[in-house]
Design a binder for this molecule. Sequence first.
Ligand SMILES: Cc1cc2nc3c(=O)[nH]c(=O)nc-3n(C[C@H](O)[C@H](O)[C@H](O)COP(=O)(O)OP(=O)(O)OC[C@H]3O[C@@H](n4cnc5c(N)ncnc54)[C@H](O)[C@@H]3O)c2cc1C
Length: 337
Amino acid sequence: MKNTDVIIIGAGPVGLFAVHQLGIKGLKAVVIDNLDKAGGQCIELYPDKPIYDIPAVPECTGEQLTTRLLEQIKPFKTEFFLNERVDEVYKEKENWVVKTNNDKEFFAPNIIIAGGVGSFEPRKISLKEAEKFEGKSVFYAVKNKEQFKNKKISIFGGGDSALDWALELSKFSKITLIHRRNEFRGAQHTLSKIRKLEKEGKIFIKTPCQIVSLENDKELKSITLKYDDEKTEKIHTDVILGFFGLIMKLGPIAEWGLNMDKKTIGVSPKNFETNKKGIFAVGDICSYPGKLKLILSGFHEVALASVECFKRARPNEKYRFEFTTSSKTIQDRLGKK
Ligand SMILES: Cc1cc2nc3c(=O)[nH]c(=O)nc-3n(C[C@H](O)[C@H](O)[C@H](O)COP(=O)(O)OP(=O)(O)OC[C@H]3O[C@@H](n4cnc5c(N)ncnc54)[C@H](O)[C@@H]3O)c2cc1C
């Protein structure tokens, strides 16, 4: 069980700035996100698109904003727990316990939910048999590439993840790259390298086709593909890697007894506390009269929520409002001389 002052659920732009606002007040936080990287919608949905309404930043892409936010919170050495979905939240005396899908536990007087539109989850193969092999021979992300060494791997998808992993894993495994269209969306320079390996007989490409069944006894043996012209083909396969994109699901947040309003959590605009003391909701996931789903609104919300978090985490200390320009304490926390 990990103890901290604040558990932040969601590493989108608002969750990241929450680390800053807590950090300058001397509070420790951990950040948990279901995705394998920080940045939320900015990194998953529009990494290359320019944003024009971040104060004092005339233009930056979703990826640049994420990089800058991460840079800004570096001094706080915050621990990130990625690939972890928060499933359970419950109270233990005056504190909150948070549990993830991988059984990690966290303990704190405060939780800041910066869950955006919910957890991003991989789109999965819609075959019943695929479920039974999930985590054993069917995967939707690569956490440790060592486990994919010397295997017969069928990689599905037409985007960058499918192409990048096809190239990378082809160094030590037999790769079949499968896509339902003839055209691949991913980076053309990666595709050129893959086409070259195809010519050398090192990667096999199958298009336009889709998986129709998995054959197994105890272990996965092969898959059957169906082409657009109705022909079928069996491919010997030990491992399936699916990169079909992400879907957004509100997920477990709806089960935590919070004041839900459709897919958002009702909060007080005074401090962004929910109906549960010590649980705050900020960013796209919160609602209050006049709420705007903008990054800058989320930044304001965490500034106020962090003050309330301070009061709960340090009940014997008085909160003092300070400017970063003039506070020696804040500058020390930021590692400034
Ligand atoms: C195409 C597009 C363009 C946009 N352009 C602009 C713009 O120009 N200006 C602007 O201000 N805004 C823009 N937005 C909106 C902006 O991206 C959102 O307001 C912002 O991302 C909200 O940030 P957030 O941190 O609240 O949530 P998100 O960015 O949605 O991040 C939430 C994170 O929480 C995680 N999460 C959720 N539930 C769980 C759980 N149970 N366990 C673990 N993790 C969980 C998710 O995986 C996700 O990473 C745009 C949005 C889109 C889609």
